[in-house]
Write a protein that binds this ligand. Structure first.
Ligand code: HEM
Length: 509
């Protein structure tokens, strides 16, 4: 057969054969499309299984979305199931390969291996905080920047902050009591009132008189959008109406007021005013000729640092405070001991503002705070990202660019270190030879390594002061519902019913 004869039918297309040809073409496109799709899906499964290797986890990942549905509505029970499946286990969400680490050893290894892994926060964090925020620095530049910020948490600085915290707590407790007096029989959830108090405290400590009541209210009202955007994996585009879009708008409002506060603080310090807040302390420090880390900080840069503190603390602190109230209400014997200690240290003067020296004389209160955050750690885990292949064990290497998430919950509930791990027992911290005090490496409430919480002393001091002041100002009764002991994860842990309390002023004989 000649070549021309061979090709003839190709050009010999009659009118009647056109639909059938189009049909054939369509079928072949469809065929190709499905073939490519199937190959991609097969590739997705192959890559997942290659990365997972022998780790426990789903044998097959749900195509494209993986475990997205679970990450939208995370539950502690769901996480516990995952952690219980192995010291290291694998999942995939939107093709992000995730290794979950459930033992103290692996959690600490991830936190303390900065050359292999760095915090990646939640997916939305870069959009909400701005990519140029210092918290995204890594390596030496992170260490250097953080060194400068450590000076905002010195003992002298904490001494100024605790006086502000005390004033704000008393102001809010008076409002709580006034509100309770209007309807003394109905318990009210403290979820939002405690968050509002906490926001007010943070803004006053950070910005003192340089932020107006209107600004503080404005930031507080909008901040809930930021909390709601802190899901492990979010809808990727910040389109109007999405959680991330609303969170970005809320950040813009907060940043506007924080920048203005930085500007006002600089003017006040230049005019020789006494420092009254974190900003003032910072501005004064920077203008001190003997200060070695001298460099200019623009109003915007200062506002970004303060916003990072707000971002890192608002949810965690609120969670810590709310569970503090709940644990004390559910353990009246413990609350009685807290009050005994208050009476011993305060010697009848209940209006006296708390100082660092007074707090140091309250070891029982400190044990209560430590134990409350151990039982219900505000932050149960922090997502890190493997910056390169990370040989976490002899038999498993976390692939580069995977998420690797250390669990703090398991370290804090390890029965070998904390017998009866779910029980609230502040006494376990009072014995210097006891298991809890002898194993400080298990206490991961504030993380570990180069990114360990910079505000840990500030946070513990504030929670202790709030609970102590509450214990001398009022009685609180917990309305225990079926949801009180269920956990809701909204970035951090909260009791599902918002901790319903009935408050009455404390009557002393
Ligand atoms: C009960 C309250 C708090 C808890 C439970 C908490 C917990 C944590 C945890 C677990 C981390 C990550 C640590 C790691 O990756 O190893 C962290 C980081 C951080 N926290 Fe806190 N935190 C609290 C309050 C605060 C407060 C009050 C501030 C600031 C005033 C703050 C500022 C920060 C910052 C800036 C980071 C990032 C540090 C870095 O990357 O170098 N936190 N916190």
């Amino acid at each position: 057969m000649s070549a021309s004869t061979n090709h003839a039918p190709l050009y010999n297309v009659s009118a009647t054969s056109i639909p059938s040809l189009l049909h054939d073409k369509y079928s072949s496109w469809l065929y190709t499309f499905f073939l490519v799709l199937l190959s991609l899906l097969a590739l997705e499964q192959a890559v997942y299984r290659y990365k997972k290797r022998h780790l426990p986890g789903d044998t097959w990942t749900i195509p494209v979305i993986g475990r997205f549905a679970d990450s939208m509505h995370p539950t502690l029970e769901g996480y516990k199931k995952q952690w219980d499946s192995g010291a290291l286990s694998a999942i995939s969400v939107f093709n992000i390969f995730i290794v979950m680490a459930s033992t103290n050893e692996y959690a600490r290894k991830i936190l303390n291996s900065p050359s292999y892994a760095e915090p990646c926060l939640v997916h939305s964090a870069k959009q909400v905080l701005r990519p140029d925020n210092w918290v995204f620095l890594t390596g030496k530049s992170h260490i250097d920047y953080r060194k400068g910020l450590n000076l905002l948490f010195t003992r002298k600085a904490l001494g100024i902050y605790i006086a502000i915290q005390d004033t704000i707590a008393r102001k809010h407790f008076r409002m709580w009591l006034d509100e309770a007096a209007k309807d003394p029989v109905t318990p009210k959830p403290i979820m939002m009132t405690a968050r509002a108090m906490n926001m007010d405290t943070s803004l006053r400590v950070f910005c003192g008189p340089h932020i107006s009541e209107t600004a503080a209210r404005d930031i507080n009202e909008k901040y809930w959008f930021i909390t709601q955007s802190l899901e492990l994996v979010n809808f990727p585009l910040a389109l109007p109406g999405t959680k991330i879009y609303k969170a970005i708008q809320a950040r813009k409002v907060a940043m506007h007021w924080l920048e203005l506060a930085a500007h006002k603080s600089k003017i006040a310090m230049a005019n020789g005013s006494e420092p009254e807040c974190m900003l003032d302390e910072w501005v004064q420090l920077l203008s001190d000729p003997s200060y070695k880390g001298k460099r200019e900080f623009s109003d915007l840069e200062m506002a970004m640092v303060l916003f990072s503190f707000l971002f890192a603390s608002q949810d965690a602190m609120s969670s810590g405070l709310i569970y503090g109230f709940q644990h004390l209400a559910d353990h009246p014997d413990v609350l009685a001991k807290v009050r005994e200690e208050q009476e011993r240290v305060r010697q009848g003067d209940y209006e006296k503002p708390m100082t660092l020296e007074m707090l140091e004389q309250m070891p029982y209160l400190q044990a209560v705070v430590k134990e409350s955050m151990r039982v219900k750690p505000p932050v149960t885990m922090v997502p890190y990202r493997a910056t390169k292949a990370f040989p976490i064990t002899n038999s498993y290497t976390v692939p580069a660019n995977s998420m690797v998430i250390p669990s703090f919950y398991n370290s804090l509930h390890d029965p070998a270190v904390y017998p009866e791990p779910d029980a609230f027992k502040p006494e376990r911290w009072l014995d210097p030879e006891g298991l809890a005090t002898q194993n400080p490496k298990n206490y991961l409430v504030f993380g570990s390594g180069p990114h360990r919480c910079i505000g840990l002393e500030y946070a513990s001091m504030n929670i202790a002061m709030v609970l102590a002041t509450a214990s001398v100002m009022f009685d609180w009764e917990h309305d225990i519902t079926s949801q009180s002991n269920q956990v809701e994860i909204i970035a951090t842990l909260f009791p599902k019913d918002g901790c319903r309390l009935k408050l009455t002023p404390r009557v002393r004989n």
